[in-house]
Ligand binder design. Structure first.
Ligand code: C2G
Length: 132
């Protein structure tokens, strides 16, 4: 069984996230998503609208996702890849090159980001609507 892993906050889940999850799943048979904890989001200087528990529950409902684990720090990726026998690590291209150290343990693939959508765009657009 070919196992794939990807990491992210996945707040306000949108079609760009789903495109990523679908393509990541297509690279194997089993997709693990490591979703950022609320504490780790603070380290990423991100504040998510949905709590970790709710972001996890939403991801678990996505047909491409087989397992959701917590991402709590920057240093867990090698352990996760080894402990879960992961074959492929996948991230969007905004992370191009940042995780090449994982190449000693698995395939590393950066997929083109989906243009035109992001969690921050959703928040900004909604603010504009509110302000008329
Ligand atoms: N993504 C995408 N297209 C978009 C928006 C996001 O392909 N329009 C991808 C990102 O490249 C990332 C994944 O969807 O691979 C999740 O995006 P975020 O929730 O923004 O994740 P991020 O904050 O980049 O966290 O250790 C890695 C970090 O946890 C990644």
């Amino acid at each position: 069984m070919k196992k794939v892993i990807t990491y992210g906050t996945f707040d306000l889940l949108h079609w760009g996230h789903v495109n990523l999850l679908r393509r990541a799943k297509e690279m194997g048979d089993y997709l693990i998503v490591a979703i950022s904890s609320d504490e780790f989001n603070k380290l990423k200087d991100k504040k998510s609208y949905h709590s970790f528990e709710n972001r996890k529950m939403i991801l678990e409902a996505i047909r491409y996702v087989d397992e959701v684990i917590a991402e709590e720090n920057w240093d867990q990726k090698v352990h996760d890849v080894v402990d879960h026998n992961v074959d492929v690590f996948v991230m969007g291209s905004d992370w191009e090159g940042k995780f090449d150290f994982l190449k000693d343990h698995c395939e590393v693939v950066y997929l083109p980001r989906t243009v035109g959508i992001s969690t921050s765009k959703i928040k900004d657009d909604l603010l504009e609507v509110d302000n008329g």
